[in-house]
Design a binder for this molecule. Structure first.
Ligand code: 0WD
Length: 254
């Protein structure tokens, strides 16, 4: 079962044990990978400490992608300690509440740019630093949502932001493919996390997802973890640039 044994994985975006990134960290660990885990602030650290311990993280440090220089420190630490990286998971999104809860047409320029910077550009910034550490190839992941493809009520400015993120995924997959680096966007169905609590009427979205998905069930963070771990395996080396839906089939239904 230790198909990821010897692989080094960086996991960002764990806020608590409901976070999608936590489902992924658990799966990477279960399949034998060695983990680096980051937390956003001292406030979130309280919730993440025990989780990092649970998966024996050998690197555990702060990362706020908005703070200049912090990304560089994380990748320097990985370089010194591991000398390489095989898997990188970007599970970070942010939009100011007023902009997120209003119409796209009303959003502020500053709010839009901040959402783009933290939720989309940060993936590019991380990929750039991961590239030299992935000499034997590797896999980069980000988290997206169906609201990028279709107008989903209340998803608002995150729709265009996630659309850009999926395009970034395809371009970076093309650019890094010759080096054996694969790039994927993972698109889970709605999950009750801290980030989701910023969306209006989120419970309605959950109800609709369950009723419409062919599976008639909601997605769990463990479902996401297993799919991501599969894509990180050597056996998945010819799959790249995907936006992979883990949504019980919701996106195929009109
Ligand atoms: O239904 C959902 N929950 C879905 C979420 C469906 C489909 C996709 N996603 C996406 C989100 O858009 C996001 O990209 O999955 C990703 C992870 O979100 P999550 O697991 O739903 O939410 P959460 O557990 O709140 O983790 C998001 C975390 C932040 O948590 P806190 O509470 O500390 O803000 O993103 C991280 C942070 O850990 N984050 C940052 N990390 C570093 N620097 C930053 C930042 N500036 N901002 C947010």
């Amino acid at each position: 079962l230790a198909v990821l044994k010897g692989k080094k994985a960086l996991v960002t975006g764990i806020a608590n044990d409901q976070s999608i990134a936590w489902g992924c960290a658990k799966a990477f660990h279960a399949f034998g990978a060695d983990l680096a885990i980051t937390y956003r602030s001292e406030k979130t650290k309280r919730y993440v400490d025990a989780l990092a311990k649970q998966v024996d993280a050998s690197i555990y440090m702060p990362l706020d992608v908005q703070k200049p220089g912090e990304l560089e420190v994380v990748f320097d630490t990985i370089k010194k300690k591991w000398g390489k990286l095989d898997i990188m998971l970007h599970s970070i999104a942010f939009a100011p509440k007023d902009d997120l809860q209003g119409r796209v047409v009303d959003c502020s320029k500053d709010g839009f740019l901040l959402a783009m910077e933290l939720s989309c550009w940060s993936f590019i910034g991380m990929a750039k630093l991961a590239e030299p550490l992935m000499k034997d190839g590797g896999t980069l992941f980000t988290m997206t949502y169906y609201g990028s493809q279709m107008v989903v009520e209340n998803y608002n400015i995150m729709g265009p932001v996630k659309a850009a993120l999926e395009a970034v995924t395809r371009y970076m997959a093309a650019e890094l493919g010759p080096k054996g680096i694969r790039v994927h966007a993972i698109s889970p169905g709605p999950l009750k996390t801290r980030a989701a609590s910023g969306l209006s009427d989120f419970d309605k979205l959950l109800q609709k997802a369950q009723a419409k998905a062919p599976s008639r069930s909601l997605v769990s963070i463990d479902d996401v973890g297993v799919a991501v771990a599969f894509l990180a395996m050597n056996g998945a080396k010819l799959i790249t640039g995907e936006t992979l839906y883990i949504d019980g089939g919701y996106h195929i239904i009109d």
